[in-house]
Write a protein that binds this ligand. Sequence first.
Ligand code: ADP
Ligand code: NI
Length: 215
Amino acid sequence: MMTNVVTEAEQWVREQLERDSSGHDWWHIDRVRKMAVKLARESGGDELVCELAALLHDIPDEKLTGDEAAGLKRVRDWLERYDLGENVISRIMTIICTMSFKGGGRPPVATLEGEIVQDADRLDAIGAIGIARTFAYSGWKGQPMHDPNLPPRDTMSVEEYRKGKSTAINHFHEKLLKLSPLMNTPAARRIAQERHRFMLDFLERFQVEWDGADD
Ligand code: ADP
Ligand code: NI
């Protein structure tokens, strides 16, 4: 039954997100799911709760569906078709509901499994993959990759975070470089260090080439 629900969750999510080009495509979900299982093994979290929450975490995304509450209900209705028990279902729902960054305004996740899935999602936003996703997302949104006249924003509301004018390079300063110290589990903190360093190297190279200051 448990492998069945995981396989069917895969299929359902694939159908929903197949045509997404905003960085929430199936392969993002697949990377987060694999990382969540890996972190669960290392940190002692419940693997099924982590894997299902990771697989379903982007379905209710408000900027993709326009209505987060309706998205959450769709996920709950889907889970209730399986014999998971209310305890497991509500643990998964709490994770999906609270883990999103959304400009920083949400309460912290309350369970080890929530910490794990949040770490896995945040790890996929940094490092080489994070760089690639940021430029892909910027292209999708139609924002420039860099504008030296547009400084990074310090603090912002959810609305500003989503709608305000920004650039791919600014997104590193507004979000991505803040993620590494926010990792919950020691395993994720270790992995984040190297990914963080790689982003700093990238930004340095980017500036050198932007200025034509190569040796
Ligand atoms: P998450 O689902 O991890 O909370 P988002 O939905 O905010 O992340 O974004 C998905 C991907 O798009 C991430 O890799 C993120 O870095 C990138 N992204 C989000 N907002 C922006 C932005 N304003 N500019 C560039 N990239 C962005
Ligand atoms: Ni995600």
